[in-house]
Design a protein around this ligand. Structure first.
Ligand code: ADE
Length: 254
């Protein structure tokens, strides 16, 4: 159970401390694209919840299941009702994060997905990053993230800062802001998930797999599509390793 926000600040802190002493039992995985989500759904044999508590008519899909001692919830924001494409970007990410925390009270959020990487910062196609810091590149407010040094060490992942905006491409303004954020990876949801998670005091971690090199020669959309299938397979493997590591542990052990 995640902490509720009633009562004095002291009682909230006491509840957080209490939660941190118990093994993680409920996780919420947020994945924006169907292609990214389905390998994880299949791996853990998650099933769609036809009675999710989401408002009637929204395209958001709730998959759930049990793995070891963990209840896994995976939310895919579904297809945009007007355009029929995946509901990527910060607006859907914020909404589903908010609604899912309210409905599911997770102990931990994992935002997993693909990202563009900067080769100048050491990113290569297929790398998977456990993100150390999150920021928006079109909104200059930094957001704290939950530190997971043991997870990082155990999985031997790369780490770097993530910058989030609502576009796959990169305008000159975005480029300056991403450089100011010192980002190694760039996505379209992470900072939105981080913002809502921070607001509701649920720890969140970010697992981002590189499909395209932003400061490389190839056109982003082309390179993204070329690498999507292989990289999402890698992403599923790393998400599985993360969940295996989490199993049986309390938050401070991550
Ligand atoms: N997801 C995958 N590649 C991306 C990029 N270059 N920018 C934003 N999100 C991405």
């Amino acid at each position: 159970m995640a902490p509720h926000r009633e009562g004095s600040e002291a009682s909230v802190e006491a509840m957080v401390a209490q939660v941190e002493k118990h093994p993680i039992s409920t996780i919420l995985i947020i994945i924006a694209m169907q292609t990214e989500a389905l390998p994880v759904v299949n791996k853990f044999q998650l099933i769609e919840n036809p009675h999710s508590s989401f408002p009637k008519g929204v395209p958001w899909i709730h998959y759930h299941g049990a793995y070891k001692d963990i209840t896994i919830n995976l939310i895919w924001p579904g297809k945009d009702l007007t355009f029929g494409v995946d509901s990527v970007g910060t607006i859907s990410a914020s909404l589903v994060t908010y609604a899912s925390i309210q409905a599911l009270q997770p102990d931990l959020i994992i935002n997993a997905g693909t990202a563009g990487g900067f080769k100048e910062k050491g990113a290569a196609i297929g790398d998977v990053f456990l993100v150390s810091h999150v920021a928006f590149h079109d909104r200059r407010i930094p957001i704290p993230t939950y530190s997971t040094p043991n997870l990082l060490k155990a999985l031997n992942l790369k780490t770097g800062k993530l910058s989030t905006g609502d576009s796959l491409d990169m305008s000159p303004h975005d480029e300056a802001s991403i450089a100011a954020n010192d980002a190694t990876v760039k996505d379209m949801e992470g900072a939105a998930v981080a913002y809502v998670a921070e607001l509701l005091k649920v720890p969140a971690i970010f697992v981002k797999a590189v499909t395209d090199i932003v400061d490389g020669e190839k056109p982003t959309a082309e390179e993204f599509l070329q690498n999507l299938a292989a990289v999402t397979a890698t992403l599923e493997e790393v998400v599985t390793q993360v969940i295996d590591f989490i199993s049986g542990k309390c938050l401070p052990e991550l």
